[in-house]
Design a protein around this ligand. Structure first.
Ligand code: NAI
Length: 251
């Protein structure tokens, strides 16, 4: 994959899919800005990338705060002159699994703030920089829950359908500016977020696997491969698309 010397920001890169993507970008010769609300985790990922011979820095960012997102991009450009790629990966699942009539307003506001408004803020700030420099590439991390119905988590579903919609609309607006916008839609993938879902009942893992033709959960590095492909020049005629990585669950 052609990612050498690209300046790449990844949000929520302190764990799970974001951390795996940061490591893969690092291995491919990109300069990685590992951003997370949890700075300690982000610094740990930076250490792993640099120990493997890659280039990375950590920046603490809460994607729900517009000023922090602005600072993330400003500091990246100050350090590395440009922003080639942003991977909008930070996301949360919500604290409860409840049907719509019982869905808590707290979960609604928290999930929409991170998964939807956070992606909007990051896209907006990145697009201002990318338009100025004349090129750019945005990869949003949506979900299978952004393509298909999912029960007991309306805010998550709403936020991920929104990410797919924002991806397509921005791709339409910025194609002629040499800026691509795509999304990955992972199915169930091993991470802290999946652990939270699995902890809701003892047999949850078995129940979920019944819906996955490959009968296993994905690994974070398998999703990272899709993210890096969309971020690379290997996919340079692809924009406004969703890449589903789900072991066949959507079938
Ligand atoms: P994770 O919990 O391991 O990673 C999420 C990261 O986001 C954490 O490092 C966390 O500190 C960070 N974060 C949370 N709130 C933040 C905020 N306000 N600002 C900045 N960073 C924040 O979970 P995972 O699975 O790696 O999730 C990554 C993305 O993948 C999310 O957008 C999630 O919705 C999506 N996804 C995950 C699936 C799965 O089964 N694991 C399936 C489909 C989508």
């Amino acid at each position: 994959m052609n990612l050498k010397d690209k300046v790449v920001v990844i949000t929520g890169a302190g764990s799970g899919i974001g951390a795996a993507a940061a490591q893969l970008f690092g291995m491919q010769g990109a300069t990685v800005v590992v951003s997370d609300i949890n700075l300690e985790n982000a610094q740990q990922v930076v250490e792993e990338i640099t120990a493997a011979g890659g280039k990375a820095i950590a920046i603490k960012t809460d994607v729900t705060k517009f000023e922090e997102v602005e600072r993330l991009v400003t500091d990246t450009v100050k350090a590395h002159d440009r922003l080639d790629v942003i991977v909008n990966n930070a996301g949360i699942g919500g604290a409860n699994q409840k049907k719509t009539a019982e869905h808590t307003h707290e979960d609604w506001h928290n999930v929409i703030a991170v998964n939807q408004t956070g992606v909007f803020y990051c896209m907006q700030v990145a697009l201002r920089q990318m338009t100025k420099q004349g090129h750019g590439n945005i990869v949003n991390v949506a979900s299978l829950a952004g393509l298909k119905a999912s029960g007991n988590n309306l805010s998550y579903s709403a936020s991920k359908f929104a990410v797919v919609g924002m991806t397509k609309s921005a791709a339409l607006e910025y194609g002629h500016k040499n800026i691509r916008v795509n999304a990955v839609c992972p199915g169930y993938t091993h991470s802290a977020l999946l652990d939270q879902l699995l902890s809701t009942r003892d047999d949850m893992g078995d129940i979920l696997k019944r819906y996955i033709p490959m009968r296993r959960f994905g690994e974070a590095n398998e999703i990272a491969e899709g993210i890096c492909w969309l971020a690379s020049d290997n996919s340079k005629f692809v924009t406004g698309q969703t890449l589903t990585l789900d072991g066949g669950t959507s079938l």
